[in-house]
Design a binder for this molecule. Structure first.
Ligand code: NAD
Ligand code: UDX
Length: 468
């Protein structure tokens, strides 16, 4: 079956970049991205390409080239679903906040809503592709919703569906490169015609040897497990960072030595403030939930530890910051460098900076926060309702937003490097040093600052995995 018209439900961090790349490589396919959030669609359609809702290197250039040609963003759910031969579900799948499984299970309400819209508006044979990360067996739920509609006698509809799983492995900050050069394309399903249609789209730019086809459940589960394995490496290296600090070893050397073993590999061995982002915590929590659901409590406990270590790393950072600063940070001014959960993104979801800033504010510190891509408005949302400032009408009192990297250090007692932005890696310390109140401290949670340079200016420095 030749695909001429694609609809993607969800114009977020996955839907937007993924569809932009498909449009770029498939000029004969019309790609329509729809979303229930009108503000987000307006941002995707903004003539000022710096105002796209997502900052991702290389994305604006593709949107500039394809938008209005074969890439379109709109709220026209009904129309676009009707026209589509293939529909990607790329909506958010957050952790449930209440009810059964709260804090662990995935809330499938947006997936279910999308499936109902597809069931209602689609016409003829439609291939439905799960792009969102979903608990294993979700395809059955989608199929049940779609089948109920196609079998509905009263409506005499001529519609039928094939459901495929095609999880996305892109990482934020490198999304366009990851989409252009994926390690693999995973497609799960049981309808050969539908699978072939999707394979044909990807092989416009991806070598066929990288396309792996499996059954639906293996595909759905593989995505969760890939994220779990990546996160597990981060928790592993973070436990060792503490051991290095205690023993005088250096985490960078240890990671290098360990990673040179081909069987281990060098990636995902950077110790830091713990993993953030919208995926790891949510997906591992879900893995814990699913394991318990199937009565596999040992499996659940094993993966729960990966999450526990992540939080432990953040807690121990707060404790050591307070301890190093003579046991109190009350009314002390602290610069926060970086608020995004990693560099090259404006995304702050589950960013370690949120937890750490909230705890510092609770201890009475006054923060001055700088991030090259995160807006003041976003930080405001993330730090809303901090304990310390519950009675303070103006939430900004406990933190200020800095537009200028160097001014962020003005009158501060300490600076904490939270995100590994490139612009933090070669700072002019002769300019910064006089701005800070002595004795001044640098806490480098990413190990990006050159220790010997800092020391020349009489500033104390603590780094993850090598200490002070
Ligand atoms: P997101 O929150 O950035 O975007 C989801 C979008 O879906 C939102 O704009 C929301 O308004 C829209 N939406 C929700 N319900 C809708 C509906 N019924 N109709 C139309 N639009 C609807 O989320 P994201 O980061 O793009 O993640 C999407 C999925 O992809 C999740 O399952 C996530 O786990 C997975 N994933 C994310 C990443 C990542 O790096 N962010 C990577 C791989 C996979
Ligand atoms: C992750 C997966 O990498 C990706 O394949 C999946 O599709 C979505 O989830 P993402 O969360 O966007 O991608 O970024 P990633 O690069 O994995 O980083 C996640 C977190 O781990 C960040 O907070 C990052 O700073 C941290 N991290 C990563 C480390 O602390 N050390 C590392 O060595 C690597």
């Amino acid at each position: 079956m030749e695909i001429r018209n694609i609809c993607c439900i969800g114009a977020g961090y996955v839907g937007g970049p993924t569809m932009a790349v498909i449009a770029n490589y498939c000029p004969n396919i019309q790609v329509n991205v729809v979303d229930i959030n009108p503000e987000r669609i307006d941002q995707w359609n903004d003539d000022d390409f710096s105002k796209l809702p997502i900052f991702e290197p290389g994305l604006a250039e593709i949107v500039k080239k394809c938008r209005g040609v074969n890439l379109h963003f709109s709220n026209e759910m009904e129309n676009q679903i009707k026209k589509a031969d293939m529909i990607f579900i790329s909506v958010n799948t957050p952790t449930k906040v209440k009810g059964i499984g709260a804090g662990q299970a995935i809330d499938l309400k947006y997936v279910e809503a999308s499936s109902r819209e597809i069931a209602k508006y689609s016409e003829g044979f439609t291939i439905v592709v799960e792009k969102s990360t979903l608990p294993v067996k979700t395809a059955q739920t989608i199929k049940d919703i779609l089948d109920a509609e196609s079998k509905s006698k009263e409506k005499f509809t001529e519609k039928n569906f094939a459901v495929l799983s095609n999880p996305e492995f892109l990482a934020e900050g490198t999304a366009i490169n990851d989409l252009n050069n994926p390690d693999r394309i995973l497609i799960g399903g049981d309808n050969k015609e539908a699978i072939d249609s999707l394979v044909r789209i990807y092989t416009n730019w991806v070598d066929k040897s990288k396309v792996l086809t499996t059954d639906l459940w293996s595909s759905e589960l593989s995505k969760l497990i890939a994220n779990a394995f990546l996160a597990q490496r981060i928790s592993s290296i973070n436990t060792i960072s503490a051991l290095c600090e205690a023993t005088g070893a250096n985490i960078k050397d240890v990671a290098l030595a360990v990673g040179m073993d081909k069987r281990i590999g060098k990636y995902f061995l950077n110790s830091g403030p713990g993993f953030g982002g919208s995926c790891f915590k949510k997906d591992i929590s879900n893995l814990v939930y699913i394991s318990n659901h199937y009565g596999l409590s040992e499996v659940a406990e094993y993966w729960q530890k990966v999450l526990d270590i992540n939080l432990w790393q953040q807690k121990r950072f707060v404790e050591l910051i307070v301890k190093q600063m003579f046991g109190t940070i009350s009314s002390k001014k602290i610069a926060i460098l970086g608020f995004a959960f990693k560099s090259n993104t404006n995304d702050t979801r589950e960013s370690p900076a949120i937890y750490i800033c909230r705890k510092l504010i609770e201890e009475g510190a006054i923060l001055n926060i700088y991030d090259p891509k995160v807006s003041q408005n976003q930080i405001n949302k993330d730090l809303k309702g901090c304990k310390e400032d519950l009675n303070v009408p103006n939430n900004n009192k406990k933190w200020t937003f800095s537009n200028s990297l160097y001014e962020t250090f003005n009158d501060t007692d300490a600076a904490i490097f939270m995100t590994e932005w490139e612009e933090f890696q070669n700072l002019d310390w002769s300019t910064i040093s006089p701005k800070m109140r002595k004795p001044a401290w640098i806490f480098d949670t990413r190990s990006i600052i050159k220790k010997n340079v800092i020391k020349k200016y009489g500033i104390n420095i603590w780094q993850v995995g090598s200490g002070s």
